[in-house]
Design a protein around this ligand. Structure first.
Ligand SMILES: Cc1ncc(COP(=O)(O)O)c(C=O)c1O
Length: 401
């Protein structure tokens, strides 16, 4: 979306955002479109922050939220159960694979990551493994903006300023296999990158390592990076060998975005803990969740409970939105639609790549696609070898049309 200087922007002297870029004043939205106050219409090509999975203005979601608002808008989760939260947990457990049926509700992606990290640590303590506290992440990666999430994020620009007050964790290279110049096949490269995790575990001391966190398909930091198939089973094997938990960050890739319910479902992955948000409420309310197996949650609850909680965790209105979104994902067949429309999008992007040599490495799954834009518009053979990508561009579309 092009930032448009508008008189409206000058009328907010008290509000600040992460950049000073002027932006249009939104007025209303419907399906894949947003309108600003001047009547200009925008295609929401990025689907908001890659979260409006069911599109804008969905009547069923809005009505479900209104019904919930009429009943009760807030009841503190420490004091009351609420039906939408129970139903949302049930709905997620039914759709998630491999025993990921214990759900903890929060209000966003970074909160979901914080909850994952803390649950992992508490599991270690509850099972007599107090020495395990290191959580290995990948470079580059993005897991959120709060201090805990930044500690496992591989992005120097975002993290360096805050390193002194956080606790930066070890990182291993993300499998940017398409940039490697060796004689290995893609599958061999996948194993080689996974093996870097084992090397890091040995370097850090296996008894100190608690978990490995990764985005199954890369998001903001790597523009829909899809590792070779061989990467996933090898990562699981290494985690099992050293008793390390595998955390999948599906904040961006979850809830059908990639043409499967979870990104990791493309490889039948078996993570121990999964973080969800974004598409879970599709932008209708702040909502996030972690899903874990009973093996992890059981000892923590037996020990006395999860030392975690936010005022708005399990909020009834947000959960009503989540339940309705899951219903719409099913009713409209949006997971299959993402797979089908993604193939169409891939074809178009590949055609662009064939036409413009600086557009390279079209990749992704479903409506979660990325490409790399190279600085020098040279022939592709040169491009790959001689030039560094200036950015990984991602294209994300809402599923709503
Ligand atoms: C993979 C991933 N994890 C975590 C987050 C953080 O989510 P939030 O912005 O809701 O805090 C994001 C946000 O873009 C993300 O893409």
């Amino acid at each position: 979306m092009t930032a448009v200087k508008s008189a409206e922007a000058d009328r907010r002297p008290n509000l600040f955002h992460f950049t000073r870029l002027p932006r249009p004043m939104v007025d209303h939205a419907d399906g894949i479109y947003l309108w600003d106050r001047t009547g200009r219409r925008y295609i929401d090509g990025s689907s908001g922050a890659v979260n409006v999975n069911v599109g804008h203005g969905n009547r069923n979601v809005i009505d479900a939220m209104k019904r919930q608002l009429d009943r009760v808008s807030f009841a503190y989760i420490f004091q009351f159960e609420n039906e939408p939260a129970i139903e949302l947990a049930r709905g997620l457990a039914e759709r998630l694979p491999n025993g990921l049926d214990r759900i903890y509700l929060v209000s966003g992606g970074s909160e979901a990551i914080e909850a994952c990290l803390k649950l992992a640590r508490q599991w270690a303590v509850a099972t007599g493994q107090d020495k395990r506290w290191k959580i290995i992440g990948r470079m580059p990666s993005y897991h959120g903006i709060s201090l805990g999430a930044l500690a496992v994020t591989g992005d120097d620009v975002l993290t360096k300023t805050f390193d002194p007050i956080g606790r930066p964790m070890p990182l291993v290279p993300a499998p940017l296999v398409h940039r490697d110049h060796d004689n290995l096949s893609m599958e061999q490269r996948g194993v080689r990158y996974a093996n870097m995790l084992e090397e890091k575990i040995l370097e850090e001391g296996p008894e100190s390592v608690l978990a490995f966190i990764m985005e199954p398909i890369g998001g903001a930091a790597t523009a829909a990076l899809v590792p070779p198939d061989s990467y996933f089973p090898r990562i699981r094997e290494i985690c099992d060998r050293y008793g390390i938990l595998l955390i999948h960050d599906e904040v961006m890739t979850g809830i059908g975005r990639t043409g499967k319910f979870l990104g990791g479902d493309h490889w039948s992955c078996r993570p121990d803990i999964v973080a969800l948000s974004k598409g879970l409420s599709s932008g209708y309310a702040p909502l996030g969740a972690l899903a874990a197996t009973q093996r992890i949650v059981g000892p923590v609850l037996e020990m006395g409970g999860f030392l975690h909680g936010h005022t708005y965790g399990g909020n009834p209105v947000a959960c009503a939105a989540g339940v309705a979104v899951l219903g719409e994902v099913d009713r409209l067949g949006l997971v299959a639609n993402s797979a089908a429309m993604g193939e169409l999008l891939r074809g178009e992007l590949e055609a662009l790549s064939a036409r413009f040599p600086f557009v390279a490495d079209v990749r992704g799954k479903g409506l979660f696609m990325g490409a790399e834009i190279y600085a020098d518009p040279w022939p592709r053979s040169h491009c790959r070898k001689a030039s560094t990508p200036i950015c990984g561009s991602s294209i994300w579309l809402s599923n709503a049309d």
